[in-house]
Ligand binder design. Structure first.
Ligand code: DAH
Length: 342
């Protein structure tokens, strides 16, 4: 028995392992149910009583030494680079992989949404391929109304009384929401819109809008003004002022165009605001009673305001980008300029 113990001890001194498998095999061979050390413990029963103390001690030592050695071999495998005979140098630095960043239009959209979320507005979305009813008719554009010419439309089908088209504004989502949502409604509707326009620094055939809508009992023009002022301050800085100019949209009455004080020159006049001190950011107004009626809402009980803004336009003003086309060309040098705060 003493010989067997000596033999195992000297083996433990010299043993090496390259793989987890080899370590595990060693453990099974020595300490497993039928392992050599386990067998020695069985033999221990036959040791003469006067030798039991001595053998007991060396056997326990052997068992601990084997367990320590196996643990040590296992740890050294985790730390060491695997040299599996391949020619690769595992100590070489890895290939860097570049982190992407969010697109400025997405960053701006998320920022607009989060401001209105704080005011209690939920997000509502609708289809990009729409029908004439939701884009025009329900929004109080009569068939021959000249306002239809304001928005050059891509038609998918034509000829019947409710043609299918690519939506020219997200105001269509107001209609869908008023048709199906319970009142009161307080929503923002972000989305892509399409217009048949020549591409230039200031116009594109595809762009993004966020529409807003609040319908409840006794919603007033003052509520609208205050909500827009709050948005403008959150978006462009707390000293931002707003200015409302009378305007016309078929779906709102009265209608306004909203300007914010130029955040570059602080209202002094510069080339971004063309010397006026003001920058236009959105259209807005009180929802026309005809629109409420078309969506099944009684205008004698409910009133509301709506607004709509171009996301690219807001992003251009926020970051002083002077050409809308940058947002669509995906030039990485441009895209990397934007932080990923959202
Ligand atoms: N739909 C308008 C556009 O595309 C923007 C707009 C103006 C939306 C006034 C509104 C609004 O909801 O009240 O130019």
């Amino acid at each position: 028995m003493r010989d067997k113990i000596e033999k195992i001890l000297s083996e433990l001194d010299n043993v090496k392992a390259q793989t987890e498998r080899e370590v595990e095999d060693l453990r099974i061979r020595l300490l497993g149910k039928k392992g050599e050390i386990t067998a020695l413990f069985d033999e221990f029963r036959n040791v003469l009583p006067e030798q039991k103390r001595e053998f007991g001690q060396i056997l326990n030592k052997l068992k601990n030494a084997a367990a320590d050695k196996i643990e040590q071999l296992r740890n050294s495998l985790v730390d060491a680079p695997v040299s599996s005979g391949s020619k690769s140098d595992m100590t070489m630095p890895g290939d860097p992989f570049e982190l992407g960043s969010r697109h400025p239009v997405s960053i701006t959209r998320e920022e607009i949404i989060s401001i209105f979320n704080k005011l209690g507005y939920a997000v509502s979305e609708g289809p990009e391929i729409e029908d004439d009813w939701h884009v025009f008719s329900a929004l109080n554009f009569p068939p021959e109304h000249p306002a239809r010419d304001m928005q050059d439309t891509f038609f998918v089908t034509s000829g019947n009384d409710n043609p299918i088209l690519l939506r020219t504004h997200t105001s269509s989502v107001q209609v869908r929401s008023m048709e199906k949502m319970p009142l009161p409604i307080r929503i923002v509707c972000p989305g892509r819109v399409f217009r048949n326009e020549a591409i230039s620094a200031r116009a594109h055939c595809i762009f993004h809008q966020v529409e807003g809508l609040y319908v409840d009992k006794s919603v007033t023009f003052a509520d609208m003004k205050q909500s827009i002022l709050l948005f403008a301050r959150e978006m462009f800085g707390e000293n931002t002022k707003i200015r409302l100019r009378p305007s016309y949209f078929p779906f709102t009455e009265p209608s306004v165009e909203v300007d914010v004080s130029c955040n570059i020159c602080k209202g002094e006049g510069c080339n971004i605001c063309k010397g006026t001190g003001w920058l236009e950011i959105m259209g807005a107004g009180m929802v026309d009673p005809n629109v409420l009626r078309a969506c099944g809402i009684d205008p004698d009980v409910y009133s509301g305001f709506a607004f709509g803004m171009g996301i690219e336009r807001i992003a251009m003003l926020k970051w002083q980008v002077n050409d809308l086309r940058h947002y669509f060309e995906n030039d990485l040098r441009f895209l990397k300029e934007f932080s990923t705060s959202f």
